[in-house]
Design a protein around this ligand. Structure first.
Ligand code: SF4
Ligand code: SF4
Length: 235
């Protein structure tokens, strides 16, 4: 079995719902700007995703109820991120045992408090691996699960073939995430590679809301409402 097939099998056996490989050549400038020279020196990213349970996301319209909020934070966020970190650690060790370099990136750790972002965008890696597009909510939207997926990334120099290329945005006329956000964090502007995130999304508005206003510190309405993953028809 070749290396790519073996890693894919390992990922799936250990609970990944999404496995993809991105050629980072096309995102290099952005990656360097966000994470620096060393991070940008890796040619390949493995993008892994786990789908959040629908039973948890579908309850988010009642997120003022403590049980709903606690369950979303625990099983919809913390536990899935732990599973992703465990997955990327195990796969990275395997890649290293085959004499290649592999750098697992934490699923949810923030690296830049000023810009509220990680050392590399998991969404960018997922987009370049062909998993989905960056929606008006600034989340990665997959055709089958919408934004109901958490992601992690492993940077590597292992010679793995890319599973896809950048997926163009497919939100169409929909603006449900823009309309439902209680603090108008999204501008509704469609993603463009050469425009900074601030054109589309004010992360500080969301963070402030979660820290100071949201009941139990939980929102997730932009995840809940997206028609992709809710099996609603898109116009
Ligand atoms: S989590 Fe809530 S507050 Fe934050 S961007 Fe989404 S809808 Fe807006
Ligand atoms: S809710 Fe609509 S506009 Fe927002 S990301 Fe989903 S499809 Fe795109």
């Amino acid at each position: 079995m070749d290396l790519n097939q073996k890693i894919k099998e390992l990922a799936q056996n250990k609970g990944a719902d999404f496995y993809g490989v991105a050629d980072l050549y096309y995102g290099r400038n952005f990656i360097k700007e966000q994470g620096g020279e060393e991070i940008a020196s890796y040619p390949i990213a493995i993008s892994l995703g786990i789908r959040i349970m629908d039973s948890i996301v579908d309850q988010l319209s009642d997120r003022e109820e403590r049980s709903v909020a606690v369950n979303y934070r625990h099983h919809g966020y913390e536990i899935i991120n732990q599973r992703l970190d465990l997955l990327s650690s195990q796969i990275s060790s395997y890649i290293q045992s085959k004499s290649y370099s592999a750098l697992p990136i934490p699923a949810s750790e923030r690296y830049d408090d000023e810009r509220i972002c990680a050392v590399i965008s998991h969404k960018l890696a997922a987009n370049l691996a062909g998993h989905g597009w960056i929606g008006k909510s600034c989340m990665l939207i997959t055709p089958e699960s919408g934004p109901r997926v958490r992601w992690t990334t492993i940077l590597t120099n292992a010679p793995l073939p890319a599973t896809g290329t950048s997926v163009p945005q497919n939100c169409g006329e929909c603006s449900e995430c823009v309309d439902i956000c209680p603090v108008s964090a999204f501008t509704g502007v469609t993603f463009k590679e050469d425009e900074p995130r601030e054109v589309r999304y004010d992360a500080r508005k969301c963070e402030k809301y979660l820290l100071k206003e949201a009941e139990w510190g939980v929102c997730g309405l932009c995840v809940y409402i997206c028609p992709y993953g809710r099996n609603k028809k898109i116009k």
